[in-house]
Design a protein around this ligand. Sequence first.
Ligand SMILES: [Zn+2]
Length: 189
Amino acid sequence: MLHCILNPGIAINELIFGQRIPKVTLIERNSTKPLAEKTIIPCPHCGTMHSGLKWTPQNNTAFRNWFGLYCDNCEKTIPCLTNLTSYILLGITFPIWYWFKEKWKKKWLAEQKLKFSKPLSLTQPNFKWRHVGLRWGLFMYIFIEILLPLIEGEGITQKKILIGIPLWTITGLLFGLTMKIIGGKKFKN
Ligand SMILES: [Zn+2]
């Protein structure tokens, strides 16, 4: 959890992709089900115990959750954690987005209603190992080649940026392949 709050790379996931982690997550005990199927996300407004698999790529609900996770029972949003970097960026840009927020949220809520009116799949998603690997590679590329040198004051060099592309593509694919070998059935080609 601390990783989600402090890691600046997560801010990109939150602000651009709208991938969020709820403040409260419960895990079913004494169950042989896989972790993803044991995860329960309670709605603080209506008390509904949602399956953690409600907000997944297969339901088209894993991303674009800028206002939180939509509760399809009471139509309110489940509060989520906010990364420290996101907080700072949101604070700085406050005068820009403040005026659009209500309008945007209204539109967003209508979008959620539509998404959740379709039947949702609550089984564990199959991850494509290549996608998982490349996403991880992209994240590492941005974090190690761009953000870290900026934070440490080294500066970004063109060489680093260019070499980083093939380097992290290959490393990402290797990472994905390793995950497939370890994770087995969860991944598909
Ligand atoms: Zn609710």
